[in-house]
Design a protein around this ligand. Sequence first.
Ligand code: BGC
Length: 275
Amino acid sequence: MPITSTNRHVRPLRSQKALVTGASSGIGRAVAVAFGRAGADVAVNYRSSPGAAEAVVAEIRGHGVTAFAHQADVSDEAQVLRMFERLREELGAIDILVANAGLQQDAAIGDMTAAQWNKVLSVNLTGQFLCAREAIREFRRRGLRPEISCSAGKIICMSSVHQEIPWAGHVNYAASKGGVELMMRSLAQEVAPERIRVNAIAPGAIRTPINRAAWETKEAAERLLTLIPYGRIGEPEDVAQAAVWLASDASDYVVGTTLIVDGGMTLYPGFSTNG
Ligand code: BGC
């Protein structure tokens, strides 16, 4: 079927090829499935849960597109290079990268080990750098394909409200996300002349395994809600919808921006009755 404005509207990522890292659970999973629903072929990267990744692949294929799972640790350069080789073999090209894989290893500063610091920085920041670099090389190799998209490639860096909200007890995580913000904007500045768009999403408290302790019990959820003016905990789908838009031509003039998806968490709700 030719791409028309109508079917682009229904399936805004039609005929595009996407890699979503850390896609076997949480936000990555929701983004990968939403991309399939939007018409993209999707590579589902995971590190340690092949069964969960295959379930995501099956769900994506249910939307009539191509999907496969690929195991790789995004902080390992050789593994990232192999992953992009596989993408070239199986999909021929890549149009969209969602650099989503990330983790927390929390500790008070007096107890935080160098290993915890390095692990979080290497997955959350170096991992995004490695994947973004390979995606940009791939976008350049393939060039602009106007029949597929107005831009030569899109990168979405998964950041966090903690790229701007300081977070005691999580200095490694907050530092990694602060790094993502300026990495994203610097990359965006560097490659925008080539019609490559780099942007980020900064989710707030989204109901996923990474923050289970913060929403699992009634008491914890109530405490968390005091930080969210909009009055509900976010769902992975809230972020997935933002990612579809940022990856689609509907956002073609959006370059180097962080889209905050947080129910107002960054509005300093503590100041609504104080200060
Ligand atoms: C963290 C979550 C946290 C949320 C809001 C996210 O980036 O991964 O653990 O609940 O920020 O604080």
